[in-house]
Design a protein around this ligand. Structure first.
Ligand code: LR7
Ligand code: MN
Length: 563
């Protein structure tokens, strides 16, 4: 099926957009969002549920003049643009496995072509808006990309051009992050006079690429988008409107998932906000009762502790005043934490605007390589966040991402100075005021050692624990001693007495064989139920078990060290 043209034939809307979406109640990761959304049909059937028909060509003549669906753009027989979408897409890099190069189905993406109708996924109440959109600032769109499938990039750009009122669109700045094929970006210049294409001479990663784009953007507002998105109806106005109400802050659309396997456009819940784990992983979390109490209408902004990172608007002035991004961050990851913490702590805010919707292809793995490795890069980027923004809470981060302790992050002084200069609140303030429901683990991890030999769970269930030379790497040698007296390994298993030995078992409240009191003076771990202590039974063969609590015997004296 040639791109574009077959979609044209079935363009007329036949069914009103659906509004009775299923909203999940309990969502804590974005995969769940995918399962709980309204199911759309396959790309071939887009004429069934389609967006409000305002951006749809209505007559044959209009179709002919549509630059993005037609191969050649002619007005009065004059060639205005010679952009050839089919030719452009055909010359994209391809692989026989359509998932290989992009981690989404590229052949399906090619089939859809430069533009398609999508469901208007906004809550129905968005249509009855009270906002006055007559006086909005105009925005630059900044999209960085690295080896993006041409059809996906083209569709992203075309969706911006077609679904953004022209007077609100200053320019579209595409930053090619040194993709293998320089034509992918370069050729898009021919699509529209508002498009600027920049190219890095060396791969920089998305942070430095976005800064490069921002520096070359002419708009009063900067709107960042990923390079495999589709903007929905009237997506930009609610974002811009909010910024006119409260300029210093960040506004995001609700992000509708486009399925990587078949490019189905689905409708995300707008009952969720962004959160994170202590390992600094982004997660989606349900709105709390408190959150809901503060909102009176479905179209009210959602106050969010974090943004996913890829799609948002910010005033250019505030973006640069607040320090842009941390330019030390490489390739991918971490920058969304930095910009989120910074905005909240330094006088800004983060809102998700329910009446703004943008689809994004969610994929399960990165299609590209990381020059320093994925894990290392993520550790480095998130360590920068922890060291600069999280105060003492950085310890919780290290406990949950042990590898980050050894990452080299270089000099963080200029970003700490930024924090001083902006007179930011501390991380405690952020937790108390912005993310009060985040669970803060009460007890820190420790090592439990004897003569530099550490109690080691060996990472196994129902397996005898023993001693192993302390390696300072956490893992099977790090333990949490809880108020409930359980001694818990990093795999969430509990130290358990089985006859004379100790094994790891799932924790059960009230299991008396799992309770140990740490006596700081005697340095013992005491189980009152059996009246025994954790002892080294045979140091030579590193055997640990339980035995009499002999206060004089050295074998029961454990050194507990915070890690
Ligand atoms: O070296 C690179 N250079 C780039 O220009 C690597 C990537 N990129 C581009 C890439 O082509 C894409 O346009 O950067 C953009 C983001 O990369 P993706 O699409 O591979 O990332 P993602 O969608 O998995 O990641 C999310 O988290 C990232 C953390 O660094 C960024 O903030 C992404 O923008 C962000 N995407 C979203 O927020 C969309 C919603 C996803 C969710 C949840
Ligand atoms: Mn993305």
């Amino acid at each position: 099926m040639p791109s574009g043209s077959s979609v044209l034939i079935s363009l007329k809307p036949t069914i009103e957009p659906k509004t009775d979406f299923i909203f999940p109640q309990n969502v804590n990761d974005h995969n769940v969002v995918h399962q709980n959304v309204l199911k759309m049909e396959s790309p071939e059937n887009y004429n069934k549920h389609i967006a409000g028909n305002k951006d749809m060509p209505q007559t044959e003549e209009e179709l002919y003049h549509d630059p993005y669906l037609k191969v050649k753009y002619r007005v009065d027989q004059t060639i205005v643009s010679t952009f050839d979408a089919q030719e452009y897409i055909k010359n994209s890099a391809h692989d026989s496995d359509p998932m290989k190069l992009n981690s989404f189905d590229q052949s399906q993406s090619d089939k859809i072509g430069s533009f398609r109708q999508i469901i208007d996924s906004r809550h129905y109440s968005c249509a009855a808006r009270a906002e006055d959109w007559s006086n909005l600032p105009s925005s630059s769109i900044i999209m960085t990309f690295y080896n993006e499938a041409r059809s996906a990039l083209l569709r992203s750009v075309v969706s911006v051009l077609k679904r953004t009122p022209s007077h609100l669109l200053t320019d579209i700045v595409l930053v090619d992050d040194c993709s293998d094929d320089p034509d992918t970006g370069r050729l898009l210049k021919g699509l529209d006079p508002k498009i600027k294409v920049l190219r890095n001479i060396e791969r920089q990663g998305l942070v430095r690429s976005r800064i490069y784009g921002a520096l070359n953007a002419a708009g009063e507002v900067l709107t960042f988008l990923d390079s495999h998105i589709e903007c929905n109806v009237d997506w930009l106005q609610p974002l811009l409107f909010q910024l006119t109400q409260k300029p210093r802050g960040i506004v995001s659309p609700v992000i509708d998932p486009i399925k990587a396997e078949n490019l189905e456009y689905r409708v995300a819940s707008s009952n969720i906000k962004g959160g994170f784990t202590w390992a600094l992983h982004f997660t989606w979390v349900s709105l709390t009762e408190q959150d809901n109490q503060k909102r009176t209408k479905d179209s009210d902004p959602i106050v969010t502790p974090m943004i996913a990172g890829g799609l948002f608007s910010i005033e250019k002035k505030w973006f640069f005043e607040s320090g842009g991004y941390d330019m030390n961050m490489d390739i991918w990851g971490g920058e969304n934490f930095e910009i989120s913490f910074k905005n909240w702590m330094c006088g800004g805010y983060l809102y998700i605007m329910p009446c703004s919707r943008v689809g994004h292809i969610f994929r399960k793995k990165h299609p590209y390589t990381f020059p320093d490795g994925n894990g290392r890069t993520y550790s480095k980027n998130t360590k920068l966040v922890a060291e600069i923004w999280m105060d003492d809470y950085k310890e919780l981060f290290y406990q949950n991402r042990a590898s980050a302790r050894y990452s080299e992050v270089g000099d963080v002084s200029s970003r700490r100075e930024l924090r001083e200069r902006l007179q930011c609140n501390d991380f405690q303030w952020y937790l108390d005021n912005v993310y009060p429901e985040l669970e803060i683990p009460e007890h820190k991890y420790v090592t439990i050692s004897f003569n530099n030999w550490c109690l080691d769970s060996f990472g196994k269930t129902e397996y005898e624990v023993g001693l192993y030379k302390c390696h300072d790497k956490g893992g099977n040698q790090s333990w949490q001693i809880n108020k409930s007296k359980s001694v818990v390994s990093q795999d969430d298993l509990c130290l358990t007495i089985r006859n004379k030995i100790l094994v790891m078992k799932p924790c059960h409240n009230g299991n008396m064989h799992q309770q140990f009191e740490h006596d700081e003076d005697l340095e013992t771990l005491y189980n009152s139920y059996n009246d025994v202590c954790v002892n080294v039974l045979n140091f030579k063969s590193r055997v640990v078990g339980v035995g009499r609590c002999n206060q004089d015997g050295v074998s029961t004296r454990w050194q507990i060290t915070k890690v």
